[in-house]
Design a protein around this ligand. Structure first.
Ligand code: NAD
Length: 259
């Protein structure tokens, strides 16, 4: 039987924000298929160490704040010297702050912009020289369905930062295709992680889950593994680039369905 994920074996995969939530599941899935996984973390050292322990060989952890270019540069150098040069980059690190449109909060917006957009840009810039030299590479950006127009009050500026990630995905696919580098994005819907249920009581979580189920065609709650499975597929989808794949259980509250 043909193993469609065979080409992942031995590849070096960098997952930013790879120790928690969606990133953690992506790290696990690539490791499961034989990749060498570079798990980036910023403040979650304990989670990163735990994950490294769980995965064992072929998993290393690297500290860097992706919104700081020098830190990203140093991290990628460190990865190259230890695990090897990056073949697959998953730009997953992100933050979300919700506040009403008219209470625009510059500090929070800047943080979302710097981590969600610039973090994606900086990490991409650092892995590109090797990918170009290697005449191939895969970049997977974790955007959000917020970036294409789901309706959730208070998330306008988060949505803007993710819309920028989506446009960066399309433009990079256009610019980098000639080097054999594929760039795609996943736009997840609501997924159960610290970002969405962190600090909530079990009763509150059940309420939120019911609310979110009612907003999807599938009447299901999003789980990190649904996103991770698709990230694996993107890594082997030879003829796919510049695409934004929405994984959201068929959300019913879109202002627009355009991508
Ligand atoms: P999470 O809070 O569990 O994980 C976010 C990860 O990013 C953490 O590991 C965190 O340490 C890391 N991170 C944050 N700032 C960082 C920085 N400056 N440098 C390096 N790492 C940093 O949330 P999650 O839900 O797993 O989010 C993962 C990605 O998925 C994010 O980009 C998020 O915007 C996106 N997303 C999440 C949802 C959802 O509903 N959970 C929906 C759509 C998109």
């Amino acid at each position: 039987m043909v193993d469609i994920f065979d080409s992942i074996r031995g590849k070096v995969v960098l997952v930013t924000g790879g120790s928690r939530g969606i990133g953690k599941e992506i790290s696990r899935h690539f490791h499961m298929y034989g990749a060498k996984v570079a798990i980036n973390y910023n403040s979650s050292k304990e989670e990163a160490l735990k994950l490294k322990q769980e995965l064992g060989n072929n998993a290393e952890i690297y500290k860097a704040d992706v919104s700081k270019r020098e830190e990203v540069r140093r991290m990628v150098k460190e990865i190259e010297e230890t695990l090897g040069k990056v073949n697959i980059l998953v730009n997953n690190a992100g933050v979300m702050y919700a506040f009403p449109f008219e209470q625009y909060d510059e500090e929070k917006f800047n943080k979302m912009w710097d981590i969600n957009f610039k973090g994606t840009l900086y990490t991409t810039l650092e892995v590109l020289p090797h990918m170009k030299e290697n005449k191939g590479g895969v970049i997977i950006n974790i955007a959000s369905n917020a970036g294409i127009g789901t309706a959730f009050e208070g998330t306008t500026f988060y949505a803007i930062s993710k819309a920028a990630v989506i446009m960066l995905t399309k433009r990079l696919a256009f610019e980098l295709g000639k080097y054999g580098i594929r760039v795609n994005a996943i736009a997840p819907g609501w997924v159960e992680t610290d970002m969405t249920i962190g600090g909530k009581s079990p009763e509150e979580i059940v309420k939120i889950e019911e609310f979110m189920k009612a907003r999807t065609s599938l009447r299901m709650v999003g789980k990190p593994e649904y996103i991770a499975k698709f990230a694996l597929f993107l890594a082997v989808a030879d003829y796919l680039t510049g695409q934004v794949i929405v994984i959201d259980g068929g959300r019913l509250d879109n202002l627009t369905h355009s991508v």
